[in-house]
Design a binder for this molecule. Structure first.
Ligand code: 28F
Length: 643
C-alpha cells in the first residue's frame, strides 16, 4: 500500500534526521566496515536486552538469514502500538523513524531495572534497505515496514492474531550495501558477543542461528543462571583455580547496580574484564579502580592481621594481588560518563566508592570465613611480590648499557650497522643453520639477525623473574632495547620491524607460538604499534624459461599456474616444493624471504597473540584433550598478508 507522496512537517523532520545518519554513518555507528555492520545487530539486540533488564523478556533469538538480513526476536511486552503524543505516529513507527526516539524521547528518567530502550532503532532503519517490525500484543500481530533508509512503506497494520498471552517484538533488517563495505556477517563474531551478553544478563536465554549454512543450522544457545560467576568459570576453564568457590559480590545504591565475580588460578597473568550497561570498558574506569583498590587494601590488612605479612615486609602492590586473577566487574548505571579516546573508560566518580565498599565488605567476609583459601591467595600474592623484587634486579641485567653489550652477551646477535631504528629490522631466526644463512643473506646495513636455539622458555606459565632467568629471552630484551615490565619504553625500540622467521613445519609453528606468547605476555605494546611480523617463506617455486616465481601457498600457486596456462596453453613450467628455511642457501633465502622488494610479511596483530596465547594454553596446558585438538587443527598455519 503506497503512502501518497505528500510529506508534512514532521515527515520532513523525520527524513532529515535519518538522512543525517546516512550522510555521516560513522557519527552514529563508528565505522561502516565489518565492525559497523555487526554494530547494527547490537543496536537492535540492546533494545531487547533492555526489555529483559526491565524483567519482561526471557528469550532473545538472533538469526542470520539466507539473504544476509538479520532477524532479532524477543518475548518482551512488544513495543507500544498506540499513537505517540508527539509525532501522531504509533510509538513503534516513532521509535524507528525519529532519531533518539528511544527511552529518552520524552520518556521519563532512567530506571536501571526498568532498562532504557536504546536510541539505535532509527539508526539501523536509516542504514538499511528494508526493515520489518512485528509486534505481538493483546492477541494481535501488528506490522510496519520501512525501505531505503527508513521511509515508511507500510504503516502499522494488524496483520493477524496470536495467542492472547503472547507478546514480543520481532525485527528484520537488511543493511544497505551502498553504505557498508561488506554484507557478510561473521557467525563467530555474533556468537562471542551473544555469549558475553548472556553471561552479563543472567537467566536470559540468547539463541543464535545461521540460516545461510544449510548443513549446520543447529546454532548456539547461551543461558547462564550463574551470570558473571559462570563467565569467570568459562575464562578459567583451561586454567587451574587455586580455590574452589567463585566469589560473587553485588550491591545497589541510588539506582546504580554493581556486581563482581572472581577466582584466582595458578597462572601469573590476570584476566580482568569490566562492563557498564553490558558495554565492555576496555580501559577500565572507576568501577574497576574501586575494586582493585579494595582488593589490595583488604589483602594487606588480612595479611598483616594474621601475621603473614611482617611489618618489615613491603606492602603488597596492586600488581602482586592481581597475579592469576580472573575477574568480571559489571555495573548498571542510569547515566554513565564514558571517557578516553575510544570512550572505553567509566568516569563516574561515585562508582569508585560503591565498588570499593561492596567489594571490601564481601571479600573481607570471604577471607574470614575461608581461612584456608585466604592463606593460598595471600601466599600467592607474597610470592608474586618476591618475584617482582627479583625481576627488578634481573631487569638490570637486560639494560643495554652500550651497543657492544649485546654482541658480547652470548655473542648471538649479529646487529646491523645502521643505528636509525626507523630503517632497521631484526630477524628472529629458528636454529643456528638458518641463522647462519640469514647472516650471509642479509643486508648488513639494515638487517640484524638473532638466531634462537631450540625452544625458548614457555613464558605462559612463567613469571617475569623466571622468564628473565632464560638467556635467550634476556638477549631478545637487550636486543630490542625497550626494557621490560615496569621499565618498558617503546620509544627505545631499536628496530622498526621485528620479523619472526620460522619454518612452516610443526616445529617452526611451535617456536612461533612460543615467541608470540612472549610478545603477548611482555611486549604487547610493540605488537599494538605494528612492529612485529612473521616472514612467509614461499612454499612453492615455479620455473618457466628464465623466470623463477616464488609463491607463498597452494592458492597463490594455483592462481599463478592458471595465469601462465591462460597466457600460453602449452607453456612448459617446472613446479618445485620449497625446502625449509634451514635448507635454503643464502641467495634463495634473501631472494624469497628477506629482500624487501619481493618478500612477503604477515603483520602480527594482538588478535594473533590472543589466539596464540589460547593455543599456547591448549598446547602447554594440563588438559590433554585441548592440546591434541589444537595440534590437529593447527598443523598448518593460517593465511598471510602481502606487506
Ligand atoms: C527485537 C528487538 O526492540 N524490544 C523492545 C520494548 C518494549 C517497550 C518499549 C521496546 C518508547 C518511549 C517507551 C513496552 N511496554 N526488540 C525490541 N521492547 N520499547 S523495544 O517501549 C519504548 C517506548 O518509551 C515497552 C511498556 N513499556 C515499554
Amino acid at each position: 500500500m503506497n503512502k501518497e507522496e505528500h510529506y508534512d512537517a514532521s515527515d520532513i523532520q523525520v527524513l532529515e534526521g535519518l538522512e543525517a545518519v546516512r550522510k555521516r554513518p560513522g557519527m552514529y555507528i563508528g565505522t561502516t566496515d565489518v565492525k559497523g555492520l555487526h554494530h547494527l545487530v547490537w543496536e537492535i539486540v540492546d533494545n531487547a536486552i533492555d526489555e529483559a533488564m526491565a524483567g519482561y523478556c526471557k528469550n532473545i533469538e538472533i538469526v542470520i538469514n539466507k539473504d544476509n538480513s538479520i532477524t532479532v526476536k524477543d518475548d518482551g511486552r512488544g513495543i507500544p502500538v498506540g499513537v505517540h503524543p508527539k509525532t501522531g505516529l504509533s510509538t513503534v513507527e516513532t521509535v524507528y523513524t525519529v532519531l533518539h526516539a528511544g527511552g529518552k524521547f520524552g520518556g521519563g528518567g532512567y530506571k536501571v531495572a526498568g532498562g532504557l530502550h536504546g536510541v539505535g532503532a532509527s539508526v539501523v532503519n536509516a542504514l538499511s534497505t528494508r526493515v520489518t517490525v512485528t509486534v505481538y500484543k493483546d492477541g494481535k500481530i501488528y506490522e510496519t515496514k520501512f525501505e531505503n533508509g527508513g521511509k515508511i512503506v507500510q504503516t502499522l497494520t494488524v496483520i493477524g492474531t496470536c495467542e492472547k498471552n503472547r507478546s514480543g517484538t520481532t525485527v528484520t533488517f537488511k543493511p544497505d550495501r551502498d553504505i557498508f563495505d561488506t554484507e557478510i556477517y561473521e557467525y563467530e563474531t555474533l556468537k562471542t558477543r551473544a555469549r558475553e551478553l548472556a553471561f552479563l544478563n543472567k537467566d536470559l536465554r540468547i539463541t543464535l542461528r545461521d540460516d545461510r549454512d544449510l548443513e549446520d543450522t543447529t546454532g548456539d544457545t547461551f543461558l547462564y543462571e550463574g551470570g558473571i560467576s559462570e563467565y569467570v568459570k568459562y575464562l578459567n576453564k583451561n586454567k587451574t583455580p587455586i580455590h574452589e568457590e567463585i566469589i560473587h559480590l553485588d550491591g545497589e545504591e541510588e539506582g546504580i547496580f554493581f556486581e563482581v565475580a572472581l577466582q584466582y588460578n595458578s597462572g601469573y597473568t590476570d584476566n580482568i574484564y569490566s562492563f557498564v550497561n553490558n558495554i565492555n570498558t576496555h580501559d577500565g574506569g572507576t568501577h574497576e579502580e574501586g575494586v582493585r583498590r579494595a582488593l589490595t587494601r583488604v589483602i594487606n590488612n588480612y595479611a598483616k592481621k594474621n601475621n603473614i605479612l611482617k611489618d618489615k615486609d613491603d606492602s603488597l602492590t596492586g600488581e602482586d594481588v592481581k597475579e592469576g586473577l580472573t575477574m568480571i566487574v559489571s555495573c548498571k548505571h542510569p547515566n554513565p560518563q564514558f571517557e578516553g579516546q575510544t570512550k572505553g573508560r567509566l568516569g563516574n566518580s561515585e562508582v569508585r566508592k560503591l565498588a570499593d565498599s561492596v567489594f571490601a565488605q564481601g571479600f573481607e567476609r570471604f577471607l574470614m570465613e575461608n581461612p584456608d583459601e585466604a592463606k593460598i591467595i595471600i601466599d600467592k600474592a607474597m610470592t608474586a611480590s618476591r618475584a617482582r623484587v627479583a625481576a627488578k634486579k634481573a631487569r638490570e641485567l637486560t639494560r643495554r648499557k652500550t651497543d657492544l653489550d649485546v654482541v658480547n652477551f652470548g655473542g648471538k646477535l649479529e646487529d646491523c650497522k645502521e643505528k636509525d631504528p626507523s630503517v632497521c629490522e631484526i630477524f628472529l631466526v629458528e636454529g643456528d643453520s638458518a641463522g647462519g644463512s640469514a647472516v650471509k643473506a642479509r643486508n648488513s646495513m639494515t638487517q640484524a639477525i638473532l638466531p634462537l636455539r631450540g625452544k625458548i622458555l614457555n613464558v605462559e606459565k612463567a613469571r617475569l623473574d623466571r622468564a628473565l632467568s632464560n638467556e635467550e629471552i634476556r638477549t631478545i630484551i637487550t636486543a630490542f632495547g625497550t626494557g621490560i615490565g615496569n621499565d618498558f619504553d617503546l620509544s627505545k625500540l631499536r628496530y622498526d620491524k621485528i620479523i619472526i622467521m620460522t619454518d612452516a613445519d610443526v616445529d617452526g609453528s611451535h617456536i612461533r607460538v612460543l615467541l608470540l606468547t612472549l610478545f603477548y605476555r611482555f611486549f604487547r605494546p610493540i605488537v599494538e604499534a605494528g612492529h612485529v611480523y612473521a616472514a612467509q617463506p614461499p612454499l612453492f617455486c615455479i620455473k618457466h624459461g628464465k623466470t623463477i616465481k616464488y609463491v607463498s601457498d597452494e592458492v597463490a600457486k594455483d592462481a599463478y599456474i592458471n595465469t601462465l596456462l591462460a597466457s600460453n596453453p602449452n607453456i612448459k613450467y617446472e613446479l618445485l616444493r620449497m625446502k625449509g628455511l634451514g635448507e635454503m642457501d643464502a641467495e634463495e633465502l634473501n631472494e624469497t624471504t628477506m629482500d624487501i622488494n619481493n618478500r612477503i610479511l604477515k603483520r602480527i596483530t594482538v588478535d594473533d597473540l590472543i589466539s596464540a596465547d589460547e593455543a599456547f594454553t591448549k598446547l602447554m596446558g594440563e588438559e590433554v584433550e585441548p592440546r591434541r585438538k589444537f595440534i590437529e587443527d593447527n598443523a598448518l598455519f593460517t593465511e598471510h598478508l602481502d606487506v
